[in-house]
Design a protein around this ligand. Structure first.
Ligand code: GTP
Ligand code: MG
Length: 203
């Protein structure tokens, strides 16, 4: 799929104020600093679309970006960022959870995990929350440019093992990406394109 237009639409902390249009929507979630906003910029070929930062906690709102006037990419705040005050962290969790529980247009969620790290409790818990609420998701390994291929494959294997040893029967579909070298872009866009087609055909 070719991205012709990518437009910022609205930011907020209230799911009831998200765009009302019934367009398919894809959300990016994960720990702070994992690379959610960078990946949105990489996919859309627009380094200025979503705000990124070397410091965790940059994205604090639900951000809707309209793509090709036809579907939405949603950039969300990160979870698991210890330096946000406890009360604020709670707010994140409540409105993030509300978003996932209430957003009917949400077709698939991409849970981003840093490909360098072992499976983290907070990510596994978040995926469990998605599973318990029947919210479809994929795993996206980020920052793959920082690893050698052999180490990358080893880490994905470890992740796979951890998931299937806990509550999952199988590893969800996964993607390996790098916002730096643009790997994984075509695979992600093809996946979204296929889902958009299914939605359009009511499949
Ligand atoms: P919050 O909004 O704070 O939750 O963070 P985020 O998940 O949106 O992360 P963001 O995209 O702002 O990126 C965090 C840092 O990681 C920035 O310094 C990025 O340049 C860097 N980064 C993101 N993706 C990649 C990648 O694929 N490779 C490398 N090497 N660095 C990356
Ligand atoms: Mg961000």
């Amino acid at each position: 799929m070719k991205i012709n237009t990518a437009d910022f639409v609205i930011s907020n902390t209230d799911v009831s104020k998200c765009p009302k249009e019934q367009l398919p929507e894809y959300a990016f979630i994960g720990r702070s600093n994992v690379g959610k906003s960078s990946l949105i910029n990489m996919i859309t070929n627009n380094s200025k679309l979503a705000k990124t930062s070397g410091k965790p906690g940059k994205t604090q709102l639900i951000n809707h970006f309209k793509i090709n006037n036809n579907w939405f990419l949603v950039d969300l705040p990160g979870y698991g960022y210890a330096q946000v005050s406890k009360s604020k962290r709670q707010t994140f969790q409540t409105f993030i959870k509300d978003y996932f529980l209430q957003r009917e247009q949400l077709i698939c969620t991409f849970v981003l995990v840093d490909s360098r790290h072992e499976p983290q409790k907070v990510d596994l818990e978040f995926m469990q929350f998605l599973g318990e609420n029947s919210i479809p998701f994929c795993i996206v390994f980020t920052k793959s440019d920082k690893l050698k291929l052999s180490q990358l494959n080893r880490n994905i294997k470890v992740y796979n093992k951890k998931m299937t040893q806990t509550i999952w029967e199988e590893m969800p579909q996964h993607f390996v990406t790098s916002a730096t070298d643009k790997s994984g872009k075509e695979e992600l866009l093809q996946f979204i394109d296929d889902l958009n087609l299914k939605v359009a055909n009511n499949l």
